[in-house]
Design a protein around this ligand. Structure first.
Ligand code: CP
Length: 328
């Protein structure tokens, strides 16, 4: 792998290789000394043009646990406010010795542009671009699902396994969700059966061609399909506009959204006993997920965050350390 820009970059073999490497990384994180020398002398730049808590911190943690030097760049407070372009910003950071650039950007396609424009010679990792892709989120979700639903006493992380036969429901604001787009692709690649559940207004044009089914009725999906995992999506109100009543152009009121598409304790009880609840965060408690559901024993939301470090260690390792091994 030279770059990781999209879940579509990962075929089944490569995806399992990343998940298996993440399991090895996770094992090292249970040790007293968590740091590995793997990327000593390499520099990872975190280039964040959009807000982030989980992704930015976990990429930073992952790079540091692999002994890389880390440069954190946030557009707020930088020369971007003076009009500096993505090209000039990236080339400035490469001049300081970057080996990999982890980029989050509000514009869909910005990581692809950076990787293929010839502006920089580094590896590029997409940490979320617009409504397009968030491949490391999909990998950490797949890792979490695989561990919980295919792990055994002899193989607790499900190493070597794909997700064949598992049913995953992805619920909510699909239209604005790079997480949904990445997950549909990766979960399908790994053999899972994916159902998107959303109000019709929040289903993107063209979604009928994606490798999943689409429903507008959450209760029916829970009752009929009995999903093994349910992934609640954040309602991205900042991308919707709306008025002081909470109405948006996409649903009449927050209460009506919650009644039809929110995960609450009644819907939690409709799930099979083994089913798990995922959310990429940040959560709108009381809108797409109730506090009871978010804090229930079925919720693996904080595990997703912890697994994000191991998955991002694996991605940086496969991009940078293997490249060095090949060159040696
Ligand atoms: N899941 C996710 O991308 O969260 P952040 O926006 O906090 O990075």
């Amino acid at each position: 792998m030279r770059h990781l820009l999209s879940a579509a970059d990962l075929d089944r073999t490569t995806a399992i290789e990343v998940l298996d490497a993440a399991a090895q990384m996770a094992a090292t994180q249970a040790r007293e000394i968590k740091k590995l020398p793997t990327l000593r002398g390499r520099t990872v730049v975190n280039l964040f043009f959009e807000d982030s808590t989980r992704t930015r911190i976990s990429f930073e943690t992952a790079a540091k646990r692999l002994s890389a030097d880390v440069i954190n760049f946030a557009a707020k407070g930088s020369s971007v406010s003076k009009g500096e372009s993505l090209k000039d910003t990236a080339q400035t950071l490469q001049a300081m010795g970057a080996d990999a650039v982890v980029i989050r950007h509000p514009a869909s396609g910005a990581p692809h542009r950076l990787a293929h424009s010839g502006w920089v010679g580094t590896s590029v990792v997409n940490a979320g671009d617009g409504t397009h892709q968030h491949p490391t989120q999909a990998l950490l979700d797949a890792y979490t699902i695989r561990r919980h639903l295919t792990g055994t006493t002899a193989n607790p992380d499900g190493v070597g396994n794909d997700l064949a036969g598992l049913r995953v429901a992805i619920v909510g604001d699909v239209l604005h969700s790079r997480v949904a787009r990445s997950n549909v692709q990766l979960l399908h690649t790994l053999g899972a059966e994916v159902t998107l559940v959303s109000p019709p207004t929040l289903v993107p044009v063209g979604a009928e061609a994606w490798p999943c089914s689409i429903s507008y009725h959450l209760d029916a999906v829970l009752a009929d399909q009995q999903p093994d995992a349910i992934m609640m999506l954040r309602v991205q109100r900042e991308r919707m506009g709306g008025d002081r009543t909470g109405a948006t152009g996409f649903f009449p009121s927050p209460l009506e959204y919650t009644r039809s598409f929110g995960l609450d304790s009644r819907r939690l009880r409709m799930l099979p006993d083994h089913a798990i609840v995922l959310h990429p965060g940040p959560m709108n408690r009381g809108l797409e997920i109730s506090a009871e559901a978010a804090d229930s024993p079925r919720a693996v939301i904080l595990e997703q965050v912890a697994n994000g470090v191991a998955v991002r260690m694996a991605v940086l390792y496969l991009l940078l350390a293997q490249e060095r091994e090949t060159l040696a």
